[in-house]
Design a protein around this ligand. Structure first.
Ligand code: NI
Length: 191
């Protein structure tokens, strides 16, 4: 047994590495499966004016966070899986610019279901990825060499990052209204 670099590697270390990688994909999938239902629940429950309320000038509302998740699900993450499986270099993506691109006004209902539909396709794509393929690498235009394993971890983190961002945007109106309790929200204040 040798590594990619030709150095011998003990079987025990390989087995432990594979268990670790498998666990990593399982954890990633658990997040990717959970995110659309969380957004559907928010979109169906939170009043649209609060959902679309910008927390501060230039800052994304929950609606814009959801739209960005839909855009990246359509244009970025599944394509990156394909690039990495092929070992093909891929371009950088400017999430902020892309998030601003689509100014359409899809309803919260439609946007959240579109996210769920696109995510189901992504889960099907990832279900064909074998643990050993997570070590595949390709060159990202800005970041240099990255692996598929790193990319899927980023995907799950990206889900949570923009979900937290959306919830924090909704939070602002309650922070403004809570009087002396406001001091406890210093880590969450926007603007
Ligand atoms: Ni993003």
């Amino acid at each position: 047994m040798t590594t990619l670099f030709g150095a011998p590697l003990a079987c025990k270390a390989v087995c432990e590495m594979e268990v670790g990688v498998g666990e990593s994909l399982k954890n990633v999938l658990s997040v990717l499966r959970s995110t659309p239902r969380r957004w559907i629940h928010l979109a169906d429950t939170i009043p649209p004016d609060l959902f679309k309320r910008s927390p501060a000038p230039g800052e994304w509302s929950a609606y814009e966070c959801l739209r960005h998740l839909v855009d990246t699900e359509r244009m970025v993450f599944p394509a990156r899986v394909e690039y990495l499986l092929r070992g093909e270099d891929f371009p950088a993506f400017d999430p902020d610019a892309e998030g601003e691109k689509r100014k359409g006004d899809a309803s919260l209902h439609d946007l959240s279901r579109e996210f769920e539909r696109l995510r189901s396709k992504s889960i099907r794509l990832l279900s064909h990825v074998r643990s050993e393929e997570l070590g595949r690498t390709a060159r990202h235009q800005e970041l240099g060499m990255v692996s598929l394993g790193e990319m899927v971890n980023q995907w799950a983190g990206h889900d949570l990052m923009h979900t937290v961002q959306g919830e924090r945007a909704i939070m602002q109106v309650f922070i403004d209204g809570c009087g002396p309790w406001k001091k406890y929200f210093s880590d969450h204040l926007i603007g």
